[in-house]
Design a protein around this ligand. Structure first.
Ligand code: ASP
Length: 432
C-alpha cells in the first residue's frame, strides 16, 4: 500500500491503480506499490514498459483503466481452419501486465490468447495446453523432456504446434527438441517475444501470427524458431531451432542461426512467405534420454590447474571445453608465467580417459579445426574431440543427449558426431 498521504492525493484526483496518469511531465499507468519500494514514491509503468518511481507531485488523471471483462472471450471454431496447439512454458510471450497486482500475470487459456491476439482466429482454431509457467532461465533438462514427450503424445491431433517460450534459453530447448524428436512429421515452432504484449513495441503478436502462418502455408516438418528478422515489424524469420541462438539482450531480432541459413521468412505486411527447407521424409525416431552429468569449462587467459582438478573430482561423463579460436586452450609452456600450461594439458588428458571431452569455440560462428596449430594437435592427442560447426549451447545439449542414448563413451562419441536433425554440417563454406 502507498502511504496515507499518497492515498489521499490519489483519492482527491480520482485516481486508482491501473489508471493512466501524468506525474509532472511523465505519463504512464499507475502500478500498485511493489514491496521493495518506499511508500512515498509513486510507481508508474511508462509506454516503454519500464517502471519508474516518482515523487507524487503535479498529478493528473489522463484516463480511467479499462475494466477487465469478467466474461471470457469466446473461442471460435471452424472446420475449414487448421488446428494449432499452443503449448505454454511461460516467458514474456504468455504474460500481460496485471494492474491490480503489479508485475506480469500469465495468460494461458485459449480464451486469454484470443483476447490478446484476436487476429490468430482468422487463420486457425486455437487450442492450448500448459506445460509450465516459468521464466526460461529456470528451465532444467527435465523440462525439455516434458515438452518433447508432450509433443510426441499430441502431434498427430494437430496441424501444427507452437511452443511459447521465454527467450533466454529458447535456443537450448530448440536443440533438445530437435534431437529428442528426430525427423518429426509435424511442424513445431518455438515462439518467444522480447517485449510483453502490453507494450506498444511488443513483438509477441507478430511472432505468433507469423509462426502460425508458416505452419499453415508450408509443408514444414521439424523444429523451428520464429522471431523478428530485423528491428522493424515487417518481417519474421523462421530459424532451424538447433542452430538458433539469442545474440542480443533486448533487440526484437535477437535470434540468429549459427552456421546455417534460415528456414523461411514471413512478410508480415504482404503475407508473402519464402521457404528455404527440404521436407524431411525420414522415419520419426523419438528418444528422450539425457545424461546431464556433464561439465563445462570456459577457456581464458589466467585459467588455473585447480579448475581441472575440480573437474576430475566431479567424475563427469561429458565435458565441454569452450576454447578460443579454432579450438584452443593454454597448453604451451615457454616461460615462468606459462609453466602450468603443461599441467593443464596433462589434466585434460586424465579427464578424457573416462569422459567424453568436446571442444567448441567461444567465437560462436565458424567451425572447430584442431589440425591447424600445434596447440590444437596437442589437445586432440589428449583425447579431446571436435564439435565441428556446432555452437556451445548446442554442444552442451547434444553431449547430454548423446551420452543419455548410448551404452558407452565410444557409442556416445559416434552419436555426437552424427547429423541428427540438421545440427551438424560436415563441411563449412568460407563466409566473409
Ligand atoms: N527471462 C525471460 C525468459 O527467458 C525473458 C523472456 O521471457 O523472453 O523467460
Amino acid at each position: 500500500m502507498y502511504s496515507d498521504k499518497i492515498q489521499d492525493l490519489l483519492e482527491e484526483n480520482n485516481i486508482e491503480v491501473g489508471d493512466r496518469i501524468k506525474v509532472g511531465s511523465r505519463e504512464g499507468v499507475l502500478m500498485p506499490k511493489p514491496s521493495t519500494s518506499s511508500t512515498d514514491t509513486l510507481i508508474i509503468k511508462l509506454d516503454s514498459g519500464y517502471n519508474i518511481g516518482l515523487e507524487p507531485k503535479d498529478l493528473e488523471l489522463v484516463s480511467k483503466k479499462q475494466e477487465e471483462s469478467i466474461e471470457k472471450t469466446e473461442v471460435p471454431y471452424s472446420d475449414d481452419k487448421p488446428d494449432i496447439l499452443v503449448l505454454h512454458t511461460g516467458g514474456t510471450i504468455a504474460s500481460r501486465v496485471s494492474y491490480e497486482k503489479g508485475g506480469v500475470k500469465p495468460a494461458f487459456d485459449p480464451e486469454d490468447l484470443v483476447e490478446m491476439y484476436p487476429e490468430l482466429t482468422d487463420i486457425c482454431n486455437i487450442h492450448s495446453e500448459v506445460i509450465a509457467q516459468m521464466l526460461s532461465e529456470d528451465m532444467e533438462p527435465e523440462h525439455w523432456q516434458q515438452i518433447a514427450e508432450k509433443i510426441d503424445e499430441v502431434k498427430d491431433d494437430y496441424d501444427g504446434i507452437i511452443v511459447g517460450h521465454g527467450t533466454d534459453t529458447l535456443g537450448y530447448t530448440g536443440a533438445a527438441l530437435t534431437l529428442m524428436l528426430q525427423n518429426i512429421d509435424t511442424g513445431v515452432i518455438l515462439v518467444g517475444s522480447q517485449r510483453s504484449s502490453d507494450r506498444p513495441s511488443s513483438d509477441a503478436a507478430t511472432n505468433l501470427h507469423s509462426a502460425v502462418k508458416f505452419l499453415n502455408e508450408t509443408d514444414f516438418n521439424g523444429i523451428g524458431v520464429c522471431m523478428h528478422s530485423s528491428s522493424s515489424d515487417n518481417e519474421c524469420i523462421i530459424l532451424p531451432a538447433s542452430k538458433a541462438r539469442k545474440m542480443h539482450t533486448s533487440r526484437r531480432d535477437a535470434f540468429k542461426a549459427i552456421n546455417k541459413e534460415p528456414v523461411g521468412l514471413v512478410n508480415t505486411e504482404t503475407g508473402e512467405i519464402k521457404e528455404e527447407f527440404d521436407k524431411n521424409n525420414r522415419k520419426y525416431k523419438p528418444s528422450f534420454e539425457l545424461d546431464s552429468n556433464v561439465g563445462y569449462l570456459k577457456v581464458r587467459p589466467g585459467m588455473d590447474v585447480e579448475e581441472l582438478k575440480f573437474l576430475i573430482d566431479q567424475s563427469y561423463n561429458g565435458l565441454i571445453i569452450e576454447g578460443t579460436g579454432l579450438g584452443h586452450m593454454p597448453v604451451n609452456s615457454f616461460d615462468e608465467n606459462t609453466e602450468h600450461h603443461q599441467e593443464i594439458l596433462s589434466k585434460v588428458s586424465e579427464i578424457s580417459e573416462n569422459c567424453l571431452v568436446v571442444m567448441t569455440s567461444q567465437c560462436i560462428s565458424g567451425r572447430i579445426d584442431m589440425d591447424v596449430y600445434d596447440a590444437g594437435l596437442k589437445i586432440k592427442d589428449a583425447g579431446v574431440i571436435e564439435a565441428k560447426d556446432m555452437h556451445p549451447e548446442l554442444v552442451y545439449v547434444k553431449l547430454m543427449w548423446s551420452l543419455g542414448n548410448s551404452e558407452s563413451l565410444e557409442e556416445a562419441e559416434e552419436l555426437f558426431g552424427q547429423n541428427i536433425g540438421g545440427e551438424v554440417t560436415e563441411r563449412s563454406l568460407y563466409h566473409e
